[in-house]
Design a protein around this ligand. Structure first.
Ligand code: NI
Length: 171
């Protein structure tokens, strides 16, 4: 089931999320819905708070061409970050059509629980590294625009407020 994606500004996008306990059938369904919603958007990553669920869960697939490679990460945690930084132009499904360069560690090692309840650990590089950090930020109530200067951030926020007003009028 495709779920509606919250648009910034929304208080749920600014709040830290709760850790997930046992991986239940409901949580697996939530992850499947999030992947469906992400592919439909289309996007390369989605965090649970973006669909209004305040739990530590993200989904990703950064493959552009070729067979899909969906990953479901419960309670993801960066346990190592490279000193090397890289800059990517980031966007966000909760901030449609707005993009800006963000500097982050070029490589990270992330530990998480998968959909079977097993512990996983993997080193991410390139766009995957940027994406996983962007999505984990969502779980801490942080958006990519929080890395920008206040003027740029305000400009984007005003555009989103306008977009939300327009969408509300259209019902
Ligand atoms: Ni995002």
């Amino acid at each position: 089931m495709i779920r509606p994606i919250l648009i910034h500004p929304d208080p749920r996008l600014k709040k830290p999320c709760e850790a997930v306990g046992e991986i239940t059938a409901d949580l697996r369904q939530l992850a499947a819905d999030m992947l469906e919603t992400m592919y439909d958007a289309p996007g390369i990553g989605l965090a649970a708070p973006q669909v209004g669920v305040m739990k530590r869960l993200i989904v990703m697939d950064c493959i552009k061409d070729g067979p899909p490679e969906p990953i479901i990460l419960f309670n993801p945690k960066v346990i190592w970050a490279s000193e090397d930084l890289s800059i990517y132009e980031e966007g966000c499904l909760s901030i449609p059509d707005q993009y800006a360069d963000v500097k982050r560690p070029a490589e990270v090692t992330v530990r998480w629980t998968d959909e079977t309840g097993a512990a996983q650990e993997r080193q991410f590089a390139g766009i995957w590294a940027t994406c996983v950090q962007h999505e984990i930020d969502h779980l801490d109530g942080k958006l990519f625009i929080d890395y920008l200067g206040p003027l740029k951030r305000q400009m984007i926020t005003r555009k989103m407020e306008k977009l939300k007003r327009e969408r509300a009028r259209q019902g």
